[in-house]
Design a protein around this ligand. Structure first.
Ligand code: PLP
Length: 954
C-alpha cells in the first residue's frame, strides 16, 4: 500500500522542521500566513477527498476506462489507427528520460532530444518536398491557422481574404475561422479549382488528400494562385506522401498536417505532433521552435534551437505566433517511427493501406455503390441517399465506426491496423458478403498517375540504421543518455514547475480504452472519458473558485487565446465593441502579449514598481487613458517576479470599475492551490498549465494542456466544436460555445487528462500541503543563497512565493561572469540551469517545487555556493576573465581528459567541481556531449535537417 502524498512531497516532517529553521519561522502555518496576503487567503480546506493509496486511484481510473468502448475506428478525418512500435512505446513514451525532460533551451544537456527533433524536421521536410520544417506545432488545425497568418505576413496581396479548400477536415476549417475572425481575416471555403479565381486572396489552403478521400491535382491551381500573389499552403497526410508527389514539387510554399499516424495513438484527439514545412524564403517567418545545427566551443557539431529571436518570448506582441509549449514527445515518437521503419517500411505500410482501400472500394463499386471521388489513398466516401444512418448502425454491429458525412453520405478510412478481415466486416455493413480470399488486393490504385512520387526519400543514414529492435533500443538509450531530465536531477526552472510526474499518474494513458478512441467516435463509446473530464472539471472548479472549465486548449498559450476570445465575445455581446485594449505588465510571459494580438486586442504595457509589483499608479493612469476601450488586464499571480502582490484585489477592482475583465495567467497556480482562489479574489478567467501544476510531464517541450477556467458570465464563450454539439448524457451543450474551436479535437489532448485526474485523486486536500512545501522550498533556497546572490524581489515579510529570482547583474558588473556562465557551470555539477533572463534579463529564476527532497535542494544550493566561490576568484583576479571554469563551462569528457590542458585551474576542478564520484557524497557524473554552443554561428549558417553524410565524415 503506497499512500501517494508522502511520495510526491520531497521533504518529510524532519526536513520541513530544518528548512523552517533556516527560513526563520516556527511553523509552516506561520510562514504561509506571512507569505500569502490575508486579503486573498482562503481558510477552508479543499473539498477534495484523497483515495487511500495509489492502487485505489488506479482502480478508480480503471473503472472509468472500462466505461469507454474501443471500437475499430474507420472515421478518419485526420485521426487514424496506428501501431506504436513497442520499442518506442517502452523506451520513449513510458521512459522518464524522455518524458520528464524540458524544452531544450539549455542545448548542451539536450543533444539527444534535439537530434530526435532534427530527425522529425528532416522527415517532414523531405516528405512534404519543402526546404525546412519546424520541430512541431500543436495539431493540424492550429498549424493551418498558423499557415494562414504566415501567408498574411508574407503575401503582397493587400486584401484580407484567405481561401480554404472545402476538402480540408472540418475541424481544420473551424479553427482557421476561429483564428481569422479577431484578425479581420475573411475565410472563404470552397472548391479551389472552380471558385478560387473569383476571389482576391492573400493565401490559399489546399487539401491533399481531401477529407472525403479524393486526391486532387492542385498543380494548375497552385500556379494560378501564386501568379496572383497568394501564398500557397496545403494540408497533407504524411503516410500518403510516401506515395504521392510532394506538395513542395507542385507549388506549395507551406505544408501543414499531423504526424499522428506515425505511431502516436489517437488518444480521443491528442496529443499529437502538428507539423509545418516551408520553402527557404519563408524560414524567418516560420512559427514555433526550429532545431538547427551549430558548433560548440571546440568547433564540433552541436544542435540547438535556431532563430530564437522570432519567438514570442523575445518579440512579444510582434511575435509570429504565441506558441510556446509544443508537442515534442509526440514529434520524437513520430520521428522514431519513421526511423524504425525507414522509407521502404513506410512505403510498404502506405501501399498496404491503399491496396486494402482499393479492394474495399472495388467491391463496393462492383455492387453498385457510387463514390464521391474517383481518386483515393485511404479514404472513400459513398453516396447512399437516405441510408447513411442505417449503414453506420450496421457497421457498428460489425464492430466498426464509419464516418457519417450526412444523411446521404458515409465514409471510411483504412489505416496501418486494418486487416483484410476488417474489410470483410466493412463490406458486410453495406450488405456485401465476401471472404478474405475474395478481396481483390490487386485492384487498381486510386492515386492519380500524374501524382506518383518518384525519387528517393529519407535517404539519410539515420533512416536506415535502426531497423532492428536492438539497434533502435540502443539508439534511444544513447540519445536519452545525452540529456538531463527529471529522472537524474532537479530542474529548478522558474515558471515551469518541474515537479514529479509520478508513474501511477502515467500508467493509464497507454491503456487501450484511453489510447485508442477516435475523437469523433459516438459519445456513448466515450462515457468514461466524459466522466473523467467532468470530475477533473469539478476538482479544478473547487481549486480555482471559477465556475466552468474547457479542456480544449492544448497548451497554456492556447488557453490564453481561448480566455481572451471569451472576454472579447462577452464585451461584443453586450454591445461593447470598442473594447480592444489589453493591459499587460512588462514582466509578463511573452505568450500573453502574443495571445492578446491574436485575439484582436491592442497591447498596452503597464510598468513595474521598484519592488517588482505592478505599478498601480501606472495602471490607474493607463485605465484612465483608455477608459471604455479597456477590454482586459492580463496579470500572472503570484507574479512572475515570484511575489504575492498585495495589490491584486485592488487591481481587479480598478479594471472592473472601468468595465474591463481580469485575466489571471494561472501558470503559477502551484503557489495558490489550497491557499487562495483566483475566482474568489476578483479574476474572471485563467488558463491553467496542467503540465506545470498538475503533473503532466513536459515531454522535452510538450505535450501540455492549458484548460481555460472562467466565472459563469464567461462560460457561454468557452471554445466549442462543430463536430460535437451536445453533451452525450444530458443533451446539454457539449464543449460548445460562442467562439468556435481553438483546437482540432473537442477535448484537446484528452489522453493525458488521466494524469492530472490521478494527481488530484491521490492528493485530495493534501494539495494544500504541496503548495506550502513548494513555497517553503523556494524560501529555503532563497535563504541559503541570498548571502551569495542577491534575491531580486521579496514580499513584505522578506519572503518569496514559490520561486525566487537571483540577480546576477551586480555580479556581472563586478566580475564579467554572466547568468549564462553560471547556468553552464551548473551542467558540470550535473544540474539543469534555472530559468535564464525571464522575467528579468541577467537573472536566474529558481523554482524548486514541492517534490524535491532536502538533500537535492542542498545539493543544488551547495553547487550554487561553490560556483559563487569561483566567481569570487575571477573577481579577485586569480583567474583571467576569459579563462576560468565558468566561461569555459560546460567541460566535456574529451576536454577534461584530453592531452592538452593549459588552463589556470586543474582538470579535476573542471570535470568534478562537486568532488569526484564516490567522494563527498557525489554518486554519479554527467558529461555533457558538447561544449558551450555558439548559437549565432548556427543562425548565420542555418541548417535545420540532418547534415549530409559527407559533413559527418569530416
Ligand atoms: C509556461 C507559461 C506560459 C505558457 O504556457 P505554454 O503551455 O508553454 O504555452 C504562460 N505564462 C506563464 C507565466 C508561463 O510560465
Amino acid at each position: 500500500m503506497t499512500d501517494f502524498a508522502p511520495r510526491h512531497l520531497g521533504p518529510d516532517d524532519d526536513a520541513v522542521a530544518r528548512m523552517l529553521e533556516v527560513v526563520g519561522y516556527p511553523s509552516l502555518d506561520a510562514m504561509v500566513d506571512a507569505v500569502v496576503p490575508e486579503s486573498i487567503r482562503r481558510r477552508e480546506p479543499l473539498a477534495l477527498t484523497p483515495v487511500p493509496d495509489e492502487s485505489a486511484a488506479l482502480a478508480r481510473v480503471r473503472a472509468l476506462a472500462d466505461r469507454n468502448t474501443v471500437v475499430t475506428s474507420l472515421i478518419g478525418g485526420g485521426y487514424y489507427g496506428t501501431v506504436t512500435p513497442n520499442v518506442i512505446l517502452r523506451n520513449v513514451l513510458e521512459n522518464p528520460a524522455w518524458y520528464t525532460a524540458y524544452t531544450p533551451y539549455q542545448p548542451e544537456i539536450s543533444q539527444g532530444r534535439l537530434e530526435a527533433l532534427l530527425n522529425f524536421q528532416t522527415m517532414v521536410a523531405e516528405l512534404t518536398g519543402l526546404d525546412l520544417a519546424n520541430a512541431s506545432l500543436l495539431d493540424e488545425a492550429t498549424a493551418a491557422a498558423e499557415a494562414m497568418t504566415l501567408a498574411r505576413r508574407r503575401s503582397k496581396v493587400a486584401g484580407a481574404t484567405f481561401f480554404v479548400d472545402a476538402e480540408c477536415h472540418p475541424q481544420v476549417i473551424e479553427v482557421v475561422e476561429t483564428r481569422a475572425e479577431p484578425l479581420g481575416i475573411k475565410v472563404v471555403a470552397g472548391d479551389p479549382h472552380t471558385d478560387l479565381g473569383a476571389h482576391e486572396v492573400f493565401g490559399v489552403l489546399l487539401a491533399y488528400p481531401g477529407t472525403h478521400g479524393g486526391v486532387a491535382d492542385h498543380r494548375a491551381t497552385a500556379a494560378a494562385a501564386k501568379e496572383a500573389g497568394a501564398v500557397v499552403c496545403a494540408t497533407a497526410d504524411l503516410l500518403a506522401l510516401t506515395l504521392l508527389t510532394p506538395p513542395g514539387e507542385w507549388g506549395a510554399d507551406v505544408v501543414v498536417g499531423s504526424a499522428q499516424r506515425f505511431g502516436v495513438p489517437m488518444g480521443y484527439g491528442g496529443p499529437h505532433a502538428g507539423f509545418m514545412a516551408v520553402s527557404d524564403d519563408l524560414k524567418r517567418s516560420l512559427p514555433g521552435r526550429l532545431v538547427g545545427v551549430s558548433v560548440d566551443a571546440q568547433g564540433d557539431r552541436a544542435l540547438r534551437l535556431a532563430l530564437q529571436t522570432r519567438e514570442q518570448h523575445i518579440r512579444r506582441e510582434k511575435a509570429t505566433s504565441n506558441i510556446c509549449t509544443a508537442q515534442v514527445l509526440l514529434a520524437v515518437m513520430a520521428a522514431m517511427y519513421a526511423t524504425y521503419h525507414g522509407p521502404d517500411g513506410l512505403r510498404a505500410i502506405a501501399d498496404r493501406v491503399q491496396r486494402l482501400t482499393a479492394a474495399a472500394r472495388g467491391a463496393l463499386v462492383a455492387n453498385g455503390f457510387r463514390t464521391t471521388a474517383d481518386t483515393f489513398f485511404d479514404t472513400v466516401t459513398l453516396r447512399v441517399p437516405g441510408d447513411a444512418d442505417r449503414i453506420v448502425a450496421a457497421a457498428l454491429a460489425e464492430g466498426l465506426n464509419l464516418r457519417r458525412v450526412s444523411a446521404d453520405e458515409v465514409g471510411f478510412s483504412l489505416d496501418e491496423t486494418t486487416t483484410p478481415e476488417v474489410v470483410v466486416r466493412l463490406l458486410a455493413a453495406f450488405g456485401i458478403a465476401a471472404t478474405v480470399d475474395e478481396l481483390d488486393l490487386g485492384a487498381p490504385s486510386g492515386l492519380p498517375a500524374a501524382l506518383r512520387r518518384t525519387g528517393d526519400v529519407l535517404t539519410h543514414p539515420t533512416f536506415h540504421r535502426y531497423h532492428s529492435e536492438t539497434e533502435m533500443m540502443r539508439y534511444l538509450r544513447r540519445l536519452a543518455d545525452m540529456d538531463l531530465a527529471l529522472d537524474r536531477t532537479m530542474i529548478p526552472l522558474g515558471s515551469c514547475t518541474m515537479k514529479l510526474n509520478a508513474a501511477a499518474e502515467m500508467i493509464p494513458i497507454t491503456w487501450p480504452e484511453f489510447a485508442h478512441l477516435h475523437p469523433f467516435a459516438p459519445a456513448d463509446q466515450a462515457a468514461g472519458y466524459r466522466q473523467l473530464v467532468d470530475e477533473l472539471e469539478a476538482a479544478l472548479v473547487e481549486i480555482t473558485g471559477y465556475d466552468a472549465v474547457s479542456f480544449q486548449p492544448n497548451a497554456g498559450s492556447q488557453g490564453e487565446l481561448a480566455g481572451l476570445l471569451a472576454i472579447r465575445a462577452y464585451h461584443r455581446d453586450r454591445g461593447d465593441t470598442s473594447r480592444e485594449v489589453c493591459l499587460i505588465p512588462d514582466s509578463a510571459h511573452g505568450t500573453n502579449a502574443a495571445s492578446a494580438v491574436m485575439a484582436g486586442m491592442r497591447v498596452v504595457v503597464v510598468g513595474t514598481d521598484d519592488h517588482g509589483n505592478v505599478d498601480m499608479d501606472d495602471l490607474r493612469a493607463k485605465v484612465d487613458e483608455h477608459g471604455d476601450r479597456v477590454a482586459a488586464v492580463m496579470v500572472t499571480y503570484p507574479s512572475t517576479h515570484g511575489v504575492f502582490e498585495e495589490g491584486i484585489v485592488e487591481l481587479c477592482r480598478i479594471v472592473h470599475d472601468a468595465g474591463g475583465q481580469v485575466y489571471v495567467d494561472g501558470a503559477n497556480l502551484n503557489a495558490l492551490v489550497g491557499l487562495a482562489r483566483p475566482g474568489d479574489f476578483g479574476a474572471d478567467v485563467s488558463h491553467l498549465n496542467l503540465h506545470k501544476t498538475f503533473c503532466i510531464p513536459h515531454g522535452g517541450g510538450g505535450p501540455g494542456v492549458g484548460p481555460v477556467a472562467v466565472r459563469s458570465h464567461l462560460a457561454p464563450y468557452l471554445p466549442g466544436h462543430r463536430l460535437f454539439p451536445t453533451h452525450p448524457d444530458s443533451g446539454a451543450p457539449g464543449p460548445n460555445g460562442g467562439v468556435g474551436a481553438v483546437s482540432a479535437a473537442p477535448f484537446g489532448s484528452a489522453v493525458i487528462l488521466p494524469i492530472p485526474w490521478m494527481y488530484v485523486t491521490m492528493m485530495g486536500d493534501r494539495l494544500q500541503r504541496a503548495t506550502e512545501l513548494a513555497i517553503l522550498s523556494a524560501n529555503y533556497v532563497a535563504a541559503r543563497l541570498s548571502p551569495h546572490y542577491p534575491v531580486l524581489y521579496t514580499g513584505s515579510h522578506g519572503l518569496v512565493a514559490h520561486e525566487c529570482i537571483l540577480d546576477l547583474r551586480p555580479i556581472e558588473k563586478a566580475t564579467g561572469i554572466t547568468n549564462e556562465d553560471v547556468a553552464k557551470r551548473l551542467i558540470d555539477h550535473g544540474f539543469h540551469a534555472p530559468t535564464m533572463s525571464f522575467p528579468v534579463p541577467g537573472t536566474l529564476m529558481v523554482e524548486p517545487t514541492e517534490s524535491e527532497s532536502l538533500a537535492e535542494l542542498d545539493r543544488f544550493c551547495d553547487a550554487m555556493i561553490e560556483i559563487k566561490g569561483e566567481i569570487d576568484r575571477v573577481g579577485a583576479g586569480e583567474w583571467p576573465a576569459d579563462d576560468n571554469p565558468l566561461v569555459n563551462a560546460p567541460h566535456t569528457a574529451p576536454v577534461v581528459g584530453g592531452d592538452d590542458w593549459d588552463h589556470p585551474y586543474p582538470r579535476s576542478l573542471a570535470g568534478w567541481p562537486g568532488g569526484r564520484p564516490g567522494h563527498d557524497g557525489v554518486e554519479w557524473k554527467y558529461w555533457p556531449p558538447v561544449g558551450r554552443i555558439d548559437g549565432g554561428y548556427g543562425d548565420r549558417n542555418l541548417v535545420c535537417s540532418c547534415p549530409p553524410v559527407e559533413d559527418l565524415a569530416e
